[in-house]
Design a protein around this ligand. Structure first.
Ligand SMILES: C[S@@+](CC[C@H](N)C(=O)[O-])C[C@H]1O[C@@H](n2cnc3c(N)ncnc32)[C@H](O)[C@@H]1O
Length: 284
C-alpha cells in the first residue's frame, strides 16, 4: 500500500493483519508483562515493520511465529517501541520557564506552607537527561536561597537499557551539546574518551527506577510532574485515562509539564498556564 493511501478496512488481508497485530501484542504482554495494546496503532505498526525487517519475517503472521519461538524477541520489540529520544534541556524555552517562573513560584509556595521538601517526578525519563537537567536548574536556584529544602526527583521509565544509562550518568560529548558551558564545568566531570559524568551532588537528587505509567501506582503526591513526549505514543482513550491518573498523582495546584505536541483534552482536570510551554496546573 502506498504512503497516504487508505486501507480497505473490509479486505481479508487487513482484517488478518489486525488480528495478528493483536496476537503479537498479547504474546509480548505474556513474555514481558508490558501491555502495549492501547498504544497508537500507527506507532505500533511502524515499530513492527522494523522488527519484521530485522527478523526477516515476511508478514505479521510470520513475525508472530518468530516471537513464539524466540522469547527474547519480545524484549527487543519493546526496546524499539519505547523509542527514547531525549536531550538535556530539551526545548530550551520550557526549561527557561521552569527556572525563571515555575520552580521559584513552587519553592515560595512550599516555604510559605512551612514544608521541607519539594517532590518532582519525571515520568518517561529515558537516559536521565530530563531529571538531571531539572536537578541542575534546581541546584542553581537553591544556591541563592538559605533554606534547607530537600529536593526529591523521582525518575521512571519502562526501558531498562535507558534506565541503565541514567544510572551510569555518563554521556558522550554529542549528548551534552545542549548543556551550557558553565553547567558542564560545574555539574559534570570529564571522563575518558570525550565523555562526561554527572557529579554526585546532582546524581543523588534523582531516584531512578522501573515504573510503567499504565499499570503502576503513584509514588506519592507531587508538586511537579514532567511527562514529556510520552503521551504521543498513546491512543486517545489511553491518553484520557493517563491524564486522570496524573491529575491524581499531583498535590493541590500541582504543575504538569507536557511535550510540545501534547495537550490534555479534558479541561476539567488541568488549567493551562502557558500553551507555548505546555505547562498546566491541576484543578480541583
Ligand atoms: C521520547 S522519550 C521522552 C523522554 C523525555 N521525557 C523527553 O521528553 O526528552 C519517551 C520515554 O517514555 C518511555 N515510556 C514509554 N511508555 C512508557 C510507560 N508506559 N511508562 C513509563 N515510561 C514509558 C520510553 O521508554 C521513553 O524513554
Amino acid at each position: 500500500m502506498g504512503k497516504g493511501s487508505v486501507p480497505d478496512l473490509n479486505s481479508k488481508m487487513y482484517k488478518a493483519n489486525e488480528k495478528n497485530l493483536s496476537r503479537i501484542l498479547i504474546q509480548i504482554h505474556r513474555i514481558t508483562g508490558f501491555d502495549a495494546r492501547q498504544y497508537r496503532a500507527s506507532t505500533l505498526k511502524r515499530r513492527i515493520e522494523r522488527r519484521l525487517l530485522a527478523t526477516k519475517s515476511k508478514s505479521y503472521k510470520e513475525y508472530l511465529a518468530f516471537l513464539k519461538r524466540n522469547p527474547s524477541e519480545s524484549h527487543k520489540f519493546l526496546d524499539v517501541l519505547s523509542i527514547n529520544i531525549t536531550d538535556f534541556f530539551r526545548d530550551k524555552r520550557v526549561f527557561f520557564t521552569l527556572k525563571r517562573k515555575i520552580l521559584p513560584d513552587l519553592l515560595e509556595k512550599i516555604s510559605a506552607g512551612n514544608r521541607k521538601r519539594i517532590r518532582i517526578w519525571s515520568i518517561g525519563c529515558s537516559g536521565g537527561q530530563e531529571p538531571y537537567s531539572l536537578a541542575i536548574i534546581l541546584s542553581e536556584i537553591m544556591k541563592s536561597k538559605k533554606d534547607n529544602l530537600k529536593i526529591i526527583i523521582h525518575a521512571t521509565d519502562v526501558n531498562r537499557a535507558a534506565l541503565k544509562q541514567a544510572k551510569r550518568a555518563q554521556y558522550k560529548k554529542t549528548e551534552v551539546k545542549n548543556v551550557p558551558h558553565s553547567y558542564l564545568n560545574k555539574y559534570f566531570t570529564k571522563i575518558k574518551y570525550n565523555g562526561f559524568k554527572i557529579k554526585e551532588n546532582i546524581r543523588k537528587l534523582v531516584r531512578l527506577r522501573y515504573h510503567d505509567l499504565i499499570k503502576g501506582n503513584t509514588l506519592g503526591k507531587f508538586d511537579l510532574i514532567l511527562c514529556r513526549n510520552l503521551f504521543i505514543f498513546f491512543n486517545p482513550e489511553l491518553q484520557n485515562e493517563m491524564f486522570k491518573k496524573i491529575h491524581d498523582f499531583l498535590k493541590k495546584e500541582g504543575i504538569l509539564v507536557l511535550g510540545t505536541a501534547e495537550t490534555p483534552k479534558d479541561e476539567n482536570l488541568f488549567f493551562c498556564i502557558s500553551s507555548r510551554d505546555h505547562t498546566y496546573k491541576k484543578t480541583e
